[in-house]
Design a binder for this molecule. Structure first.
Ligand code: GUN
Ligand code: ZN
Length: 333
């Protein structure tokens, strides 16, 4: 199912598959304007974080979210669903956060879907899904009445119940969205439950329009790109480059290392060409986080380019077989 695509947004065209780096408006390890140099074509930020903080909210309403971040290219905003998942509650309604995303000029707007954790009780998963579907309807109605015409995302939920994932994808397809993110996957990814991840993706993908972009929420480790693209996914987003960097973790296309376990730097990106392992281990915390974030971004986008090249050569399967050797759970998946 791997394909090269063109996604048209109000702020320009994006080539897919691609990764949208997550920008946290409160702490920017790498300035958004700099992200283009690594290969970023589109970013994702969190509308709820902006909404919650008076100063950010007023700036975004005044000059738009693009100006707030210093990025004039395509930009997706998430709704606060992840905060809902993490903290159990958010102080905004679906309608309010969808309207806010319109007002600040997002290119892709996301309703406040409800991410149900894996292995939830069936009744909970069903209730969350019904509520999510009503919110998707409501978001469509809000957009219908407005002049702004961003893309609207229709997230797929359903926990680890494949029939609910199927129902979710069919209902969203029936309403018609511009982008279909598959949500609630982060806990599976963190637990190396790749086989279930693959089953969920296949189940949803089969019920989505073939020409619509499919996004995997919160999936951003390069080890997984070739497999996910082969399953028909087009968009990824991740804060991994920055979160990992803060914990001294070094990404490679076939796994993550703690810096202390490395004797050498097995990479030729600008950071790894300029500095050696000794320097990275001994420099200050802040400089190390910054250099690791840059390395992690280079590796991530190099893998995106490798996936695109493999698609052109009709050799994506070979690439994913090589990548999946890196972890037994990945080859099992
Ligand atoms: N980020 C990570 N997972 C999710 C999800 O399920 N929904 C939304 N809206 N954002 C996410
Ligand atoms: Zn490097």
């Amino acid at each position: 199912m791997g394909r090269i695509g063109r996604l048209e947004t109000p702020h320009g065209v994006v080539e897919t598959p691609t990764l949208m780096p997550v920008v946290n408006p409160n702490l920017m390890l790498v300035e958004p304007s700099e992200l283009e140099r690594f290969g970023a074509e589109m970013l994702i930020t969190n509308a709820y974080i902006i909404y919650k903080k008076k100063e950010l909210r007023e700036n975004a309403l005044e000059g738009g979210v693009h100006k707030l971040l210093g990025w004039e290219k395509p930009l997706m905003t998430d709704s606060g669903s992840y905060q809902l998942y993490e903290y159990g509650d958010v102080e905004v309604s679906n309608k309010e956060i969808v309207e806010f995303q319109l007002e600040i000029g997002a290119d892709v707007v996301v309703p406040l879907d409800i991410p149900t954790p894996p292995d939830a009780r069936r009744e909970r998963a069903e209730n969350d899904l019904e509520k999510t579907l009503r919110r998707l309807e409501e978001a469509k109605a809000v957009l219908d009445g407005r002049d702004e015409k961003p893309l609207l995302a229709g997230p797929i939920q359903g926990s680890t119940f494949l029939d609910l994932r199927e129902r979710s994808a069919m209902a969203a397809s029936g309403m018609g969205f511009d982008v279909y993110p598959i949500g609630g996957l982060v806990p599976l990814l963190e637990a190396y439950r790749y086989k279930e991840l693959v089953e969920i993706i296949i189940t949803a993908k089969r019920r989505l329009p073939a020409d619509a972009p499919v996004h995997l929420f919160g999936v951003g480790h390069p080890i997984f790109f070739s497999l996910a693209v082969a399953l028909g996914c087009d968009l990824f987003d991740s804060a991994a480059y920055a979160l990992y960097a803060k914990n001294d973790r070094y990404l490679t296309s076939d796994g993550t290392y703690f810096l202390e376990d490395l004797q050498y730097l097995p990479c030729s990106c600008p950071v790894c060409s300029k500095y050696n392992i000794k320097y990275l281990k001994e420099c200050g915390r802040e400089e190390r986080a910054r250099l690791l974030a840059e390395h992690n971004l280079h590796v991530t986008f190099a893998e995106i380019r490798a996936v695109r090249q493999a698609i052109w050569e009709n050799r994506l399967w070979e690439l994913l077989e090589r990548r999946c050797r890196a972890h037994p759970r990945c080859s099992a998946a």
